[in-house]
Design a binder for this molecule. Structure first.
Ligand code: UD1
Length: 438
C-alpha cells in the first residue's frame, strides 16, 4: 500500500487547478445507463472511484471510451447484466447509483447491500423506500437488494418524501423518475450542486426535471432518453481543501477552475476563522492567512447550502492552528472523527466529546508522526496537518485519498510542498502524472 512522506513547514505558493467533482461524475456516469445512445462526459476527474464506476458500467455491458482520460464516452446499448456486485459495492458505496437507472430502463436491478463503512453504517433504506413509492417491488435476497418495476416493466410517477436529506438517494430517485410513467415529486430532496449537475445532464438527455437545487424536484417521466454531451462541475471539496492548504501553511494559493458560488458556507466560515479569500473572477479564488492570524470559529456540518461534512476533517486540521477553542459538530454521519486521534498523535489538542462533537484547542505546534488515513476526507486532513507540522509525517493507506483527489501530491508539490508517494505495490498504481494529460 502506498504511503505519503511529507516534510512540513513550507508555505505553499502558486497556482493550483481544480479537477472535476467526483460526486458529480459518479451519478452522471450512472445516468448513461438510462439510454442506448452515447453520453459524453468531460472533466471527469482521474480518481479511483471514477475508475471503479467505469468498471461497473463495463461489467454491465456498456462501452466506455476514454479518449483523453478525462472524457468518457459511455454507450449502454448492450446491457447484459443488471447487477452491481458485492466486490464493487464494498469498495465504493456509490455503486448503488446503478439501481435507479437499471430499474427505470430495464425494470429490474440487483445491488449488493453496502454494509458498514469507516464513517458509520450508511444504510440505503431511504433509496429503497422511495423506489417502492414509484411502484418498485424490493426484496432482500442473501445480502442483495433485488428490485423490480411493476407489471409492464415501468415505474410509476409518485410523491416521495425523504425523511432525511440523502444525496445519492435523491440522485437515484431522480434518475429512476425520468423514465417513469407520469410525474414524480421529490420532497426534502438534497440541494447539492451535484444534484443540479445531474439534472442538467438528464435534461440534455431529454428528461423533464424542474426544481433541482431546491427541496422539491419535479420530474415528468418521458418514454425514452437520448445521448448528450456534458461537462462535470469543478470539485467544491477539493477547492475547499486548497483554501485550507493555503491558510494552514501560511502561504498563498491561486485556485483556478473552481466555482466559488458552490462554496458559500465554506468561504464564509474560513473568512470568519481568519482566512483571507479573494474572488478574483468567477472561476478563481486567492487564499492566504490574514495578517491578524487564525482564530477559533465553531462549525456544524449540515446538508447544502450549509457547511459540508466532507470539509469537516480539513477544517479541524486548520483549527489546530487557530487561537482559541473550536467546537466541531457533525450532524450528517456518525463516527466521522477518526482523524481526531491521528491528529492527536501529531500533537493536536483535539478531544472527541461525543459521537457528534469534538473540540480543538489551538494553536498547537504540530509535529510529524506516523499516521493512518481512515477515509477519503480524513486522509486529506492528515495531509494538511502534515504540511503544517514540523518534521516528517508518514501517512499510511493513502489509497483512500486516491479515491477522490486527483494526483494531490503532484498538485501540492507544484506549489512548494515537500510530499512524495512511497510506492509499495506496482499493481495498484495510477499512471504517473505526465501520462495523465492536462
Ligand atoms: C454523499 C456523498 C458524500 C457526502 C454525503 C453527505 C457521493 C458519492 N457521496 O454520500 O461524499 O459525505 O453525501 O453530504 O455523493 N442515510 C440513511 N438512509 C439512506 C441514505 C442515507 O439513513 O437510505 C443517512 C446516512 O447514513 C447519513 C445521511 O443519511 O447519515 C446522509 O447520507 P447521504 O446524503 O445519503 O450520503 P451519501 O449520498 O452516501
Amino acid at each position: 500500500m502506498d504511503k505519503f512522506l511529507i516534510t512540513g513547514g513550507q508555505p505553499l505558493s502558486g497556482r493550483v487547478v481544480v479537477s472535476g467533482a467526483k460526486n458529480s461524475a459518479l451519478p452522471c456516469m450512472a445516468a448513461a445507463v438510462l439510454t442506448p445512445e452515447t453520453v459524453t462526459l468531460h472533466n471527469v476527474p482521474y480518481v479511483r472511484d471514477c475508475l471503479t464506476q467505469r468498471r461497473l458500467l463495463e461489467d454491465l455491458g456498456a462501452t466506455v471510451l476514454v479518449p483523453d482520460l478525462r472524457t468518457h464516452k459511455i454507450t449502454a446499448s448492450n446491457i447484459e447484466l443488471f447487477e452491481a456486485p458485492y466486490e464493487l459495492v464494498k469498495t465504493m458505496r456509490a455503486s448503488v447509483l446503478a439501481l435507479g437507472p437499471l430499474l427505470a430502463r430495464f425494470g429490474k436491478a440487483k445491488v449488493s447491500l453496502p454494509g458498514g463503512c469507516a464513517i458509520g453504517t450508511r444504510p440505503i433504506d431511504m433509496h429503497l423506500e422511495a423506489l417502492q413509492m414509484l411502484g418498485a417491488e424490493v426484496r432482500l435476497e442473501s445480502g442483495d437488494v433485488v428490485a423490480r418495476a411493476p407489471k409492464g416493466g415501468r415505474l410509476a410517477g409518485g410523491d416521495v418524501h425523504f425523511p432525511k436529506v440523502t444525496v445519492t438517494g435523491t440522485e437515484n430517485l431522480l434518475m429512476a423518475a425520468t423514465l417513469a410513467r407520469g410525474t414524480t415529486h421529490l420532497h426534502n430532496a438534497a440541494c447539492e450542486p451535484e444534484i443540479v449537475d445531474l439534472a442538467d445532464l438528464l435534461n440534455r438527455m431529454g428528461a423533464r426535471v424542474r426544481g433541482a437545487g431546491t427541496e422539491t424536484i419535479t420530474v415528468e417521466g418521458v418514454e425514452a432518453l437520448g445521448g448528450a454531451e456534458h461537462t462535470i462541475i469543478p470539485d467544491r471539496i477539493e477547492t475547499g481543501t486548497f483554501l485550507v492548504a493555503a491558510a494552514i501553511t501560511n502561504g498563498e494559493l491561486e485556485i483556478k477552475d473552481c466555482r466559488p458560488e458552490h462554496l458559500g458556507s465554506v468561504i464564509a466560515k474560513l473568512r470568519d476563522a481568519g482566512v483571507e479569500i479573494e474572488e478574483v473572477n468567477p472561476t478563481t479564488l486567492v487564499a492566504r492567512r490574514s495578517a491578524s492570524g487564525l482564530k477559533a470559529s465553531d462549525v456544524t456540518t449540515e446538508p447544502y447550502p450549509n457547511f459540508p461534512t466532507d470539509m469537516q476533517a480539513q477544517y479541524m486540521a486548520l483549527m489546530t492552528q487557530a487561537e482559541g477553542r473550536t467546537r466541531v459538530t457533525e450532524t450528517i454521519f456518525e463516527n466521522r472523527f477518526m482523524h481526531a486521534s491521528e491528529m492527536q498523535r501529531m500533537g493536536a489538542r483535539v478531544r472527541v466529546e461525543s459521537h457528534n462533537t469534538a473540540t480543538v484547542e489551538g494553536p498547537s505546534e504540530l509535529m510529524g508522526a506516523r499516521v493512518q488515513a481512515s477515509d477519503l476526507r480524513a486522509s486529506a486532513s492528515l495531509v494538511l496537518a502534515g504540511l503544517a507540522a514540523r518534521g516528517e509525517t508518514w501517512i499510511e493507506r493513502v489509497y483512500h485519498i486516491d479515491r477522490g483527489y486527483e494526483k494531490i501530491e503532484g498538485k501540492l508539490r507544484a506549489v512548494g510542498a515537500e510530499i512524495e508517494r512511497v510506492r509499495e505495490s506496482v499493481t495498484a498504481q495510477l499512471p504517473p502524472v505526465e501520462t495523465v494529460g492536462t
